[in-house]
Every structure is written in C-alpha cells, then in structure tokens.
Ligand binder design. Structure first.
Ligand SMILES: Nc1ncnc2c1ncn2[C@@H]1O[C@H](COP(=O)(O)OP(=O)(O)OP(=O)(O)O)[C@@H](O)[C@H]1O
Length: 240
C-alpha cells in the first residue's frame, strides 16, 4: 500500500507522436510510481517502443505532456532528460561490439551531471559480477544475456532515478532473465529506483511488476495490479 501514497515520478498525459505521417501514439496516458516497476504490455506494433522513445526525447511529442518529478520535460532533448535522471535501455541493447565492457560502461558517464564522475565500479560489479570478469573483453563477444546486463549497467552508471527498459528478456535464456529480474527488484527495493518496463514475456513481467498497463493502437486500454487483472485480460492483450 506504500506505493499508493508515493508521488508519481513520471506522468504521461494524452501523448501523441508520429513517424512522418504515420501516427503511432494516439493519446497515451500513464503514471509511473516511485520505487516501483510499471510495465507496459501489448501486441507487436502497438507503440510500446515509440512510447519509450518519446519519453526519452528521441521522437518529438506532437501533443500532450510528460512530467518528471513535477517538472514538465515534454520537449527537452534526450541529453537533458538523461541529466535530469532518466536512463534508457533500448531494445536490442545497442552495445558497441568493438569496445570493451569497461569502455561501454564509460559511455554511460556521458549522461552524468558531474563531469569528474567515475564509474561506480564496486556497485556495478556487485550487481553484475560477470562484467568485472569480462571488463577487458569486447562487448560483441558477450552472450545476449551478458550484453543485456551490460546495457542495464551502462544505464545505471549515470545514477538515474527512472529507468526505461525495453524488452530486456528478448532473445535471452529464461534463467538469465530471472537473474536480471532479481537485480531489478533489488534496485527498486533497496535503492528506490523507478522502472518503466516494456515486456512481452508474462513470467518475467510477473516477477517484477507492481502495476501493469495494456496498450492497443497507441493508447492504454486497461491498467491495474496483477491481482486486479484477470488472467483472460492478460492473455487478450499479449497474444501476438
Ligand atoms: N523509425 C520508424 N519509422 C516509421 N515507422 C516506425 C518506425 N519505428 C516503428 N515504426 C512503426 O511504428 C509502429 C509501432 O512500433 P513500436 O516499435 O513502437 O511498437 P511496439 O509495440 O514496441 O512493437 P514491438 O513489440 O514489435 O517492438 C509499428 O507499426 C512500426 O512499424
């Protein structure tokens, strides 16, 4: 019940966004609570990735508003949103294959407000021990699950308060997905991180989610906790 009295970290209101003439977000509204995982589910192509890109400022909002920690950030460029405390872990991970694990982590520092900041190596390696072992290895030589861990770690280097996470389980083994789920829970519960997750896999979503939203054709059509939502409703909105 604590979650109900926490102020929202992010409020997206009536958001519209398009690629050229192709309108994808059609009045999307959602709230992300502090220190909790909010998960957006929905069929392929309904606009989940587009929503994260628009929140991050990679795609302009045509209409509507995005409020982060009570400040309107709708039209800020991505680097300003990053400096404000939002980090984005894209679908497909976007690791630079020829750079080492350590060099990939260094890229995360670009979003840091303090220019003299260093990678919080102890913290990062405590969460992801494999990255310490492989810190001199090329990112491209890591497995999919390891790359996903690197991508999340790189986002955490800037010490964000809100993590936008796009399909972290795509193409990785269930056991590694479960490990990533446990790390996310740790970050949320111990450090108060807020997470907006886009996910298709119900097992992973159930492991971490506090509040669900279901998206269809550019807007939210249902939301609630896992207990609020009947299994049939979940199936209806995630079947591809
Ligand atoms: N760069 C782009 N230019 C034009 N259309 C795009 C672009 N990226 C995505 N789209 C289209 O926008 C729609 C929404 O895509 P989006 O990736 O947001 O969906 P999604 O719900 O995340 O689906 P998925 O689970 O497949 O990633 C799709 O019809 C897609 O083809």
């Amino acid at each position: 019940m604590i979650h109900n009295i926490q102020p929202p970290v992010l409020e997206v209101n009536d958001l519209t966004a398009a690629y050229g003439q192709s309108i994808i977000l059609r009045g999307t509204t959602l709230t992300v609570k502090k220190g909790a995982v909010t998960t957006v589910m929905g069929r392929n192509g309904v606009g989940k990735t587009t929503l994260l890109k628009t929140i991050m400022g990679l795609l302009p909002a045509q209409h509507g508003s995005i409020v982060f920690n009570n400040e309107k950030i709708t039209s800020l460029p991505p680097y300003k949103k990053a400096k404000a405390g939002i980090a984005y872990v894209p679908q497909g991970r976007e690791i630079i294959p020829k750079l080492t694990v350590y060099e990939n982590l260094l890229l995360g520092l670009q979003a840091h407000t303090d220019r003299k900041a260093r990678i919080p190596e102890d913290e990062i390696y405590a969460l992801f021990p494999i990255l310490k072992d492989f810190r001199k290895r090329a990112g491209g030589n890591l497995s999919g699950g390891q790359q996903q861990q690197l991508s999340i770690a790189r986002a955490l280097v800037s010490r964000p308060t809100l993590l936008l996470l796009d399909e972290p389980t795509e193409g990785i083994q269930p056991s590694i997905a479960q490990e990533i789920g446990a790390i996310l829970q740790q970050l949320v519960q111990e450090k108060g991180l807020s997470v907006l997750l886009v996910e298709q896999k119900i097992d992973f979503a159930n492991q971490v989610t506090d509040h669900y939203y279901f998206m269809d054709r550019g807007k939210m059509v249902m939301d609630g906790t896992a207990e609020d939502l009947k299994h049939s409703a979940l199936e209806k909105h995630i079947s591809v």
